[in-house]
Design a protein around this ligand. Structure first.
Ligand SMILES: O=C(O)CCC(=O)C(=O)O
Ligand SMILES: [Fe+2]
Length: 373
């Protein structure tokens, strides 16, 4: 039904104010630390050290943006959530005009139909739809290879919402990386020239939608287990369904399957409870590589939300801060970053090559990628 003042359909699915709470009997739940961006940026050394500890041991945390230039991000994420409902409601013929692989060779930008990704060796398809909206297209960066976007996203009010959101998330991600750089004894600005806003990169806002739970026993996999490919990710979700692997990853990038063991017998999937007004922030593979494994990335996956929450379709809005396409992904020199062992060599892959390799491996459910960490 249209409203009187706008031709937008009323939202019917993305309704965070109507969701039941995360069920209190759902176990096991991950304990994630919470940080205030304002406190971190005020130069509170104890908080900065606590952030570093979290990023060395788990690589996932909640972030509060109150009293910072990013204070409106939670509200803007909801606005993008509403917009994503409209995007996913477009007819399939329209959405598939923007299919990722049709856009530019091996691109992960554009529309991903549910089922494109294989979640296990048997080829079980994933159930989530994505619309990956590249920063370079929204910000009209001159050096990009253009990727077409639905007209809906190019309307001035939507485009400026996305541009504001992308710019703020990218800046916030780099502010956090600057704190981590200092903690590692590196110059505070060491990540800046590898992540320039107006240089081509695979940074994007991902709109995701997964269907309600169909059965209570076996979870349908919305997004299979993975580590994010880039530097740092800022995620908003409103329903449970995100799970983190209890053991963080420090370079074991070729374990792609759900439930794949990374060493310890007791490792398991832990539910991540959404926290109102907070983002969930996690480090990705590039942060692990730049830091020579000091920082870790959390392996995670998405299944339908638990309990009553599982009756709702699940939306999330993700921003991936990624290195510029041409950046070579290898450990930095200096500070506490351990030098490469004598006689060993690190592969000289650019961020662009790495992301293509990893996303194709994830699509195909390839348990052992060809890339060594
Ligand atoms: O939807 C979520 O909560 C997480 C999504 C995610 O991990 C991803 O898109 O990389
Ligand atoms: Fe992810």
């Amino acid at each position: 039904m249209g409203s009187i003042t706008s031709d937008k359909p009323d939202p019917t699915e993305f309704t965070p104010h109507l969701y039941p709470p995360f069920p209190s009997d759902t176990q096991p739940v991950a304990h994630l630390d919470t940080f205030s961006l304002a406190q971190l940026k005020s130069g509170d050394l104890a908080e900065q050290a606590r952030l570093f500890e979290t990023c060395k041991t788990r690589g996932f945390f909640y972030l509060d943006f109150t009293n910072t230039p990013a204070a409106s991000l939670p509200e803007e994420a909801e606005n993008i959530g509403r917009l994503s409902e409209e995007v996913f409601r477009l007819p399939m013929e329209e959405k598939t005009k923007y299919t990722l692989t049709n856009q530019k060779p091996n691109s992960i930008l554009g529309y991903k139909v549910a089922g494109w990704t294989k979640t296990d060796a048997k080829g079980t398809p994933d159930t989530a739809e994505f619309m990956n909206v590249g920063k370079d297209d929204i910000l009209d960066n001159p050096t990009r290879t253009p990727v077409a976007l639905p007209e809906l996203l190019l309307r001035p009010e939507n485009r400026s919402l996305l541009a504001r959101y992308q710019t703020t998330c990218q800046r916030t991600g780099l502010d956090l990386m600057s704190i981590l750089a200092t903690q590692m004894g590196l110059p505070a600005d060491i990540f800046e020239d590898k992540h320039r806003l107006h240089q081509p990169s695979d940074d994007h806002v991902r709109m995701t939608k997964g269907p309600p739970r169909k059965n209570t026993s076996m979870p349908e996999i919305q997004t299979p287990g993975h580590t994010d490919f880039g530097t740092i990710t800022i995620l908003f979700n409103w329903l449970g369904g995100l799970q983190v692997w209890s053991e963080p990853s420090r370079g074991n990038f070729h374990q792609m399957f759900d439930g794949a063991q990374s060493g310890t017998r007791a490792a398991e999937w832990l539910w991540v409870k959404p926290k109102a007004g907070h983002a969930i922030v996690n480090l990705g593979d590039a942060a692990v590589k730049f830091s020579g494994g000091i920082l870790c990335s959390g392996r995670h996956r998405v299944v339908p939300a638990p309990g009553e929450q599982g009756l709702f379709p699940r939306y999330s809005i993700v921003y991936f801060v990624r290195p510029e396409d041409k950046t070579v992904l290898k450990r930095l020199t200096g500070g506490d970053v351990p030098p490469i062992e004598e006689g060993k060599e690190e592969p000289e892959l650019t961020a662009q090559q790495w992301i293509i390799q990893q996303s194709l491996a994830l699509r195909d459910g390839v348990a052992k990628g060809k890339v060594e960490a």
